[in-house]
Design a protein around this ligand. Structure first.
Ligand code: SF4
Length: 213
């Protein structure tokens, strides 16, 4: 298993390769960013960015979306997967924000997770991106990279991965680590064909060593 020191070093190497790693979701307000994160489940950020401008113009504030009908919202989301459920979630989420939080996106994980359609991962992304509150959202890339580098055991679940990363990395590195690991998973350590031969982490990567033998 990688030590805390080695994990920090691995993040530094990722950051050197991808110094501009950041979220690719586009939004103009905290509320719209939250919607974009909910919509991005099991689809690409690119697909979400293509449809959100129309959604955001139509529903500028939580009050506007809370008052919308499913029939009005669904056509706007039709180009992404699970659009029916996602339409329901974002309307209900907007209604929750209006009813429980006075129309403002809440700034704690506990409160965010009280919103419809918002799980721990979505809450962590919003905390980090909208409010600069240290958090590590664990998605498929963070999971794969953490396991291949043996930062976490192969059997670790999402919560264990999050807690282990939080333990091994200083708090001021959490947001950066999240972004770097996503870029690493997208462009260096891809699921099917990771670029191990040319990987600057090969020397400390158990998975990479078995792949290049
Ligand atoms: Fe991923 Fe291969 Fe690099 Fe390890 S050596 S981090 S498996 S690309």
């Amino acid at each position: 298993m990688l030590s805390s020191k080695e994990t920090i070093r691995a993040i530094e190497v990722m950051s050197q390769k991808f110094p501009d790693a950041r979220t690719s979701l586009e939004a103009d307000t905290d509320f719209h960013f939250l919607l974009a994160v909910i919509l991005s489940a099991q689809t690409t950020d690119k697909a979400v960015n293509l449809l959100t401008p129309r959604l955001f113009v139509r529903y500028p504030a939580p009050e506007d979306l809370a008052a919308a009908s499913l029939e009005e919202v669904m056509p706007l989301l039709r180009s992404i997967g699970l659009y029916r459920n996602k339409s329901k979630y974002i309307i209900a989420c907007a209604a929750d924000i209006v009813a429980k939080f006075d129309g403002q996106v809440p700034q704690t994980r506990k409160e965010l997770m009280q919103l419809s359609g918002v799980g721990r991962k979505t809450a962590d992304v919003v905390l980090a991106e909208c409010f600069n509150i240290p958090a590590i959202a664990v998605d498929t890339h963070v999971t794969r990279v953490s396991k291949r580098l043996r930062i976490v055991p192969q059997t670790a679940d999402v919560l264990t991965i999050e807690k282990t990363l939080m333990k091994k990395l200083p708090e001021d590195l959490w947001i950066k680590a999240h972004h770097c690991m996503i870029f690493w998973g997208r462009y260096q350590c891809m699921a099917r064909k990771p670029l191990c031969v040319e990987c600057p982490l090969l020397l400390i990567c158990a998975e990479g060593k078995t792949r290049v033998q």
